[in-house]
Design a protein around this ligand. Structure first.
Ligand SMILES: Nc1ncnc2c1ncn2[C@@H]1O[C@H](COP(=O)(O)OP(=O)(O)O)[C@@H](O)[C@H]1O
Ligand SMILES: [Mg+2]
Length: 283
């Protein structure tokens, strides 16, 4: 190791540079749909407790990449690493076991259940429906208490823990879905355009909750078309173009115009590099 780095003052950025393995990494992911190449060598690295923004034009492959990390789609090629170790994500269940929670746009909340029941939704996947039913009967109070704690910790504002989610706004529902990730002890939360259907005030509530996830040891990948929003909440932004991840920028060292240029192609892609920063061999 470089002695200078160890001795430099802690205020120096290089002294704080995180050299640990990323929490989650995708390397050289490829995926076709028939003749359509949705992903062609897509790679990203999510660091511990960071918010990584993922951007790109429509059809760039963002959702496909997230679905592969969520176990909804299988990759044709490439590798996924968790804490530097290769893992197989063949199903949504594999992803959950790896500590990855995906918040879908339709949120997968159940209208007929109330808030805390929704927060607990998914337990049956780990312990069987039988267990959930028992929990409902026996442990209702405990569920309410724990849900309340999680929602409070994230400063999620919902009318009441026993309120039906049908009556909740899109933003409240989104926050509830995110809160589930904490309750289940997930380490990684993936969100695909979480604010696309929300108004300004609702968006900002959801963004606050996303931003706060890092304080709960959760790392986040979030797709958004709103560049200014991403600049506000993300630590880094990875840009996709035509099925490839073409550049990653620290938000403190870029601006919206550069990101937009990378998205449109007005600014050239970075040379493909691996995580150590050396140029990667073609796959
Ligand atoms: N299930 C599918 N069947 C066929 N083509 C698909 C499917 N899903 C995505 N694609 C295609 O893959 C490409 C990438 O799509 P997607 O990942 O949804 O992009 P993005 O989320 O960046 O807009 C697009 O050309 C899209 O039409
Ligand atoms: Mg998409």
């Amino acid at each position: 190791m470089d002695q200078r780095l160890e001795q430099s003052p802690v205020s120096g950025e290089s002294a704080l540079a995180d050299t640990s393995a990323p929490v989650l990494e995708a390397r050289g992911i490829a995926r076709r749909f028939g003749a359509v190449v949705a992903l062609d060598n897509a790679s990203l690295a999510l660091k511990n407790r960071e918010v990584l923004g993922l951007v790109g034009d429509n059809g760039a492959g963002k959702s496909t990449l997230l679905k592969i990390l969520s176990g909804v789609l299988l990759a044709d090629d490439g590798r996924v690493l968790l804490d530097g170790k290769q893992i197989q994500i063949r199903s949504a269940h594999d992803a959950m076991e790896a500590g990855i929670e995906t918040v879908y746009q339709d949120l997968a909340l159940v209208d007929t259940m109330n808030a805390f029941q929704n927060v607990y939704l998914g337990r049956e996947e780990l312990a069987g429906r039988w267990f959930l039913r028992m929990l409902n009967l026996v442990d209702d109070r405990k569920m309410r208490k724990r849900s309340r704690e999680v929602l409070d910790a994230l400063a999620v504002k919902i009318p009441s823990i026993g309120a039906s989610v049908r009556a909740m706004s899109g933003g409240q529902r989104q926050c509830l879905a995110i809160a589930r990730a904490i309750l289940w002890g997930r380490r990684i939360v993936i969100l695909d355009e979480p604010t696309a259907a929300l108004g300004v005030r609702e968006s900002s509530q959801v963004l606050d909750v996303i931003s706060d996830l890092r304080n709960h040891d959760v790392s986040v990948i979030v797709v958004s078309h709103n560049m200014q929003q991403l600049m506000d909440i993300a630590d880094r932004i990875t840009v996709m173009r035509l099925g490839r991840t073409i550049a990653t920028r620290d938000v403190r060292q870029t601006e919206v115009s550069e990101i937009v240029g990378l998205i449109t192609g007005a600014i050239a892609a970075d040379p493909a590099t691996d995580e150590a920063g050396s140029v990667e061999k073609p796959v």
